[in-house]
Design a protein around this ligand. Structure first.
Ligand SMILES: Nc1ncnc2c1ncn2[C@@H]1O[C@H](COP(=O)(O)OP(=O)(O)O)[C@@H](O)[C@H]1O
Ligand SMILES: [Mg+2]
Length: 205
């Protein structure tokens, strides 16, 4: 296994482990976010196992395809779009450095916004992913290593999830309960936080 496949494997297993937490947080929706993410990541692990070309581009494309083919609901197509859009801006030898992470995350977020007709402030994964993205922009990344940017991104993601608690959902199923969603963390934001945190943990040990 390459280091990238190892990292994805670590992140995927960590998200699958949090299935019950994510299902519970999705009580503001239909209590299936953890189940959906586990289905997507289990399919991704299987597809990655069989993968011969393990370039960044192909790994991201494979995850996106696994999500798009195996998850219904909102988060499946949205995360699928994110991974596929990130793959589409890679060339065949793209590796991870600050500049590339900014580019890939930027494309992923644009994909989610377009597909979801959504933006920050609506209690979605974007309230975590956009602050994470900002940690890799030239202003924020100045004088930092990639590792330090990812460390900052974990902090930004935690702030993002706290922010989702303070606002009502205006997109997705949680919007059906409107103001009653205030006080709850967004499940999609939490799955994004787990992915960023576990990337950091993978690099740390
Ligand atoms: N339009 C949207 N734009 C961005 N994210 C969204 C949108 N709709 C839902 N989400 C995200 O998807 C999560 C819910 O995912 P999930 O429960 O798997 O799908 P579903 O809501 O269809 O059951 C939400 O917590 C939110 O973060
Ligand atoms: Mg749901």
């Amino acid at each position: 296994m390459t280091r990238l496949k190892d990292a994805v494997d670590h992140i995927a297993k960590a998200v699958i482990k949090q299935r019950d937490l994510l299902d519970r947080l999705d009580s503001i929706g239909d209590s299936d976010h953890g189940t959906n993410m586990a289905r997507g990541f289990n399919a991704a692990i299987e597809a990655l196992d069989a993968l011969e070309d393990d370039s960044t581009k192909n790994v991201l494309h494979t995850i996106g395809t696994a999500f798009s083919e195996n998850i219904g609901g909102a988060s499946g197509p949205l995360y699928a779009t994110a991974f596929l859009r990130a793959a589409s801006v890679c060339d065949k030898d793209t590796t991870f450095n600050i500049e590339n992470v900014e580019k890939l995350l930027g494309a992923a977020i644009e994909g989610i916004k377009k597909r979801g007709h959504s933006d920050v402030g609506e209690k979605t994964m974007l309230d975590v992913l956009v602050p994470v993205y900002r940690c890799f922009t030239p202003e924020q990344a100045k004088d930092k290593t990639l590792y330090q940017c990812i460390e900052a991104a974990v902090k930004a993601a935690k702030k993002g999830i706290d922010y989702t608690k303070t606002i009502p959902a205006t997109k997705g199923r949680a919007s059906y309960i409107g103001e009653r969603s205030v006080g709850h963390e967004d499940p999609g934001g939490m799955s994004s936080l787990i992915m960023v945190r576990e990337l950091f943990n993978f690099l740390k040990y």
